[in-house]
Design a protein around this ligand. Structure first.
Ligand code: SF4
Length: 280
């Protein structure tokens, strides 16, 4: 019999199918794409730096309850964001509430090397050293042929933690340019996205002192939502790149001209933050 809760119905369908085929499930919640009803309910519940963490944790707990009520126990939870502080806070809170549920750790859309590994290391060092986390995923923007570097980075971080080599845990910078980009997956429609992410870093290097976030996403499925928190967001289609400033969509640009427009917008974002004009 169908309930009045469509989300619960969908979970029940998936759980029944998984149980029939002896398959385990992962409950995956991203800070940037949490259930809109929960996002609204917990709007303002967190300090600005951790915005969205409460909604993310509550969403994960809610889905655990759905599965618990169905008697389905073979599941793990993953709560991800591109900001390691939110990953640390979300997983710490969840582990306190549900220590019985295994956690899959990851910093999603961590970016390109070396920044992506630094962000991931910050989160993993702080969580794994406290016994939080059971499996990991390192997400980096890399050409398909170099995806093995994600595994290599993950193994290195675990080996360092195990050996007590915490290096100097880099404090995630509150200040300065922050470029995030997605790890890329089968939804990427043009591999030029990888090159674009590298070029964005290159052409925006002059802005490293400014508190600006630029997000570069590989597809049209998650790109629009996952760039919401950035000052400037780009997401890729087969023949063009969408550009957004804050929540305002600026249009679609060919791959070979989007960087010119990005540069213009970046200058303006900096000038607005400074309250004056900028010369690069
Ligand atoms: S291509 Fe799209 S779905 Fe895949 S990792 Fe990037 S943003 Fe996420």
């Amino acid at each position: 019999m169908r309930s009045r809760n469509p989300a619960r119905d969908k979970v029940a369908f998936i759980a029944e199918t998984a149980a029939r085929h002896d398959i385990a499930l992962r409950i995956g919640v991203n800070c940037g794409s949490v259930d809109p009803a929960l996002a609204e309910k917990f709007d303002g519940a967190d300090e600005p730096k951790l915005e969205g963490v409460t909604a993310m944790v509550e969403s994960a707990l809610e889905h655990c309850r759905y599965l618990d009520d169905l008697g389905f126990t073979r599941y793990v939870v993953s709560m991800k964001d591109s900001d390691p502080r939110k990953v640390i806070e979300g997983n710490t809170r969840f582990a306190a509430a549900r220590p019985d549920v295994p956690l899959h750790l990851g910093v999603t859309e961590a970016g390109i090397l070396p920044d992506g590994v630094i962000k991931t290391r910050i989160a993993f060092e702080q969580l794994l050293s406290r016994g939080i986390g059971d499996t990991i995923r390192v997400s980096l923007t890399l050409p398909f042929a170099e995806k093995w570097r994600e595994v290599e980075a993950g193994k290195q971080i675990i080996a360092d933690i195990e050996a007590g080599r915490f290096r100097s845990v880099p404090v995630f910078q509150d200040h300065g340019l922050n470029i995030i980009s997605c790890p890329s997956c089968s939804r990427v429609e043009n591999e030029a996205f990888i090159d674009l992410a590298l070029k964005v870093k290159e052409i925006s290097a002059y802005a490293k002192e400014y508190d600006v976030t630029i997000a570069v996403m590989g597809c049209r499925v998650n790109g629009p939502g996952e760039t919401d928190d950035a000052d400037l967001g780009l997401w890729c289609a087969p023949n063009f790149v969408n550009l957004k400033r804050g929540e305002e969509e600026l249009g679609a640009f060919p791959y070979d001209t989007v960087l010119d427009r990005l540069r213009v917008e970046l200058d303006d974002v900096i000038a607005t933050k400074k309250g004056g004009a900028v010369t690069a």
